[in-house]
Design a protein. Structure first.
Ligand SMILES: [Zn+2]
Ligand SMILES: [Zn+2]
Length: 251
């Protein structure tokens, strides 16, 4: 693996380890470009504080820590500073203002919710509601259309348990959209090695038919997950099974 753009830090409250340990694990694995993409803060109205992402007041420390590691390890690895975020139209302006003065390298879209916390349902909750699936695909396409995001993380996070024909209809729409724009489909290593509902076989079957390229995203929530041979092996097997062309580097 030459590049990984999907890496968290302990600031999101459900990842662990020091920033430095992620960098050193990546160097040990021969990764040349390590992109950090921690769960991006939202500026919520009122006093709600999310328990699954970094807080707005941690952005400063995130950039200063990673910028200093970038200098320190410049000979060994390229460090990029990004975020993973949902696309939530109502909150975009506040987020853009929060990040405006920072040297942000990229963002990836990870649509864990369709709306604002805490009242929105996790998109990975099993559902047979076609509207939930259709709304997910519509929102993700609208988000990618802004041009803000490098790629779409775990595109198959939406856990549809209804009819196959309905799933195919909407996910084919998403895959065709990504293919037209030459945006690779992420094979999410965390989901693959933990046996989550994604990467999903029926999704990858559609990916194969539409002819998308793919990129592996480690989605590391600990340094150990970067040095995870088993995770790489599971992803490799999926890529071979569906004969997906791989993109190694995006930035
Ligand atoms: Zn996470
Ligand atoms: Zn992630």
């Amino acid at each position: 693996m030459l590049a990984n753009y999907h890496t968290h830090t302990s600031r999101c409250q459900h990842a662990k380890g020091e920033d430095r340990e992620y960098v050193e694990a990546a160097i040990r694995m021969g990764i040349r470009t390590l992109g950090f993409s921690d769960h991006c803060p939202w500026v919520f109205p009122g006093d709600y504080v999310s328990g699954i992402r970094m807080r707005p007041d941690q952005v400063e420390d995130y950039f200063s820590s990673l910028e200093s590691l970038r200098k320190e390890y410049a000979r060994d690895i390229d460090i990029l500073i990004g975020f993973e975020a949902e696309y939530v139209p109502d909150l975009m302006e506040g987020q853009e203002r929060l990040l405006a003065d920072y040297p942000l390298d990229y963002m990836i879209l990870g649509q864990h919710f369709l709306g604002t916390e805490p009242h929105s349902t996790y998109t990975g909750s099993p559902s047979s509601d076609e509207k939930f699936l259709a709304d997910y695909v519509d929102l993700v396409i609208e988000g990618m259309d802004t041009g803000k995001y490098l790629y779409l993380a775990h595109p198959d996070v939406l856990h549809f348990i209804g009819e196959d024909a309905i799933y195919r209809k909407h996910m084919t729409r998403l895959c065709k959209y990504l293919k037209e724009r030459d945006i690779p489909v992420e094979i999410n290593m965390l989901g693959a090695y933990q046996g989550r509902h994604y990467p999903s076989d029926r999704f990858l079957q559609i990916v194969k038919e539409v002819g998308n390229s793919c990129i592996v995203g480690i989605d590391a929530h600990s340094p150990e997950e970067i040095a995870n041979d088993y995770g790489f092996q599971v992803c490799r097997e999926l890529i071979e099974k569906y004969q997906l062309p791989m993109v190694e580097k995006l930035v």
